[in-house]
Write a protein that binds this ligand. Structure first.
Ligand SMILES: Nc1ncnc2c1ncn2[C@@H]1O[C@H](COP(=O)(O)OP(=O)(O)O)[C@@H](O)[C@H]1O
Ligand SMILES: [Mg+2]
Length: 253
């Protein structure tokens, strides 16, 4: 067995990366998959969203080889859902790695022992395209691009596609774009409809059929430290992420 490794990437903040990683992870766990979440963001939002401990060794200690990835795995309140925490120490990593010869391969090497332990490993990226993000792209098999519907993002999307293409060419020929996930969709917002239309026109094969609606329950869940299925399993957000999980399984497996 070898884990399916997905990275959630968008250099813009606030587009739903962390929410999607936590919610997809919990949905996959609910469907019986053994799942690990990895918090590559120094803000540690993923870590707090599942009530993980950010004072124990996490991604920083793993990447700098102070602790093994296996020892950094924490369980969560959800069966089958595990996490490696992230905290503010990660902010310095871009600078610390810059002079190292194999600076783009630290994450891939450090996380290799996890491959045989999980069905899915989902990485949550910081809102930047720094060394840590490039490392995560070198490690991953699939990229998911969350796109906030309320904001026309063609320019940002093109930059992102170019970055992914350049990593694929030089550092990870295995990397593919699994898909574009529309988030925070609101029927009342005309721009949201136009964003979906536009992006679908340019990337017809890439957009996921599932569209994540704007749902207040999704925005409340993190402050309770609970994935959406533990907070309100019947809300529209939970249903959407469950259908997204089924789509991901179909594309990946
Ligand atoms: N579908 C949604 N509906 C309502 N609020 C959402 C939704 N997705 C995310 N949010 C909220 O929007 C904010 C940004 O989302 P987040 O997942 O943290 O984005 P990112 O990780 O890209 O910065 C958070 O406060 C989150 O709770
Ligand atoms: Mg985030």
């Amino acid at each position: 067995m070898s884990a399916n490794k997905l990275i959630f990437l968008n250099q813009k903040g606030g587009v739903g990366k962390t929410t999607s990683v936590v919610s997809l992870g919990a949905a996959l766990a609910k469907l019986g998959k053994n799942v690990l979440l990895i918090d590559f963001d120094s803000q540690g939002n993923l870590t707090s969203s599942v009530s993980a401990d950010n004072s124990v060794p996490g991604v920083y200690e793993v990447v700098t080889k102070q602790v093994s990835a296996v020892d950094a795995c924490q369980s969560t309140s959800i069966t089958n859902l595990h996490v490696i925490s992230g905290n503010i120490d990660l902010a310095g990593l871009n600078v610390e790695l810059v002079d190292e010869d194999n600076r783009n391969f630290f994450v891939k090497e450090a996380l290799a022992p996890l491959d045989s332990m999980f069905d899915y490993i989902l990485g949550d990226c910081p809102p930047s395209l720094g060394i840590l993000t490039v490392n995560s792209l070198v490690w991953a098999d699939h990229v998911v691009i969350p796109l906030q519907c309320e904001y026309l993002a063609m320019e940002g999307l093109n930059l992102l596609m170019r970055t992914i293409a350049s990593v694929r060419k030089s550092l990870n020929t295995n990397l593919d774009i699994l898909g574009i996930l529309f988030t925070m969709y609101s029927k009342r917002n005309k721009l949201a409809y136009e964003v979906v239309e536009d992006v679908t026109k340019y990337f017809p094969d890439k957009v996921f059929k599932t569209i994540i609606p704007r749902n207040v329950r999704l925005s409340e869940a993190p402050s309770h430290g609970l994935p959406i299925f533990a907070y309100d399993a019947n809300c529209s957000g939970a249903k959407a992420y469950l259908s997204f999980a089924e789509e991901v399984i179909k594309r990946v497996e």
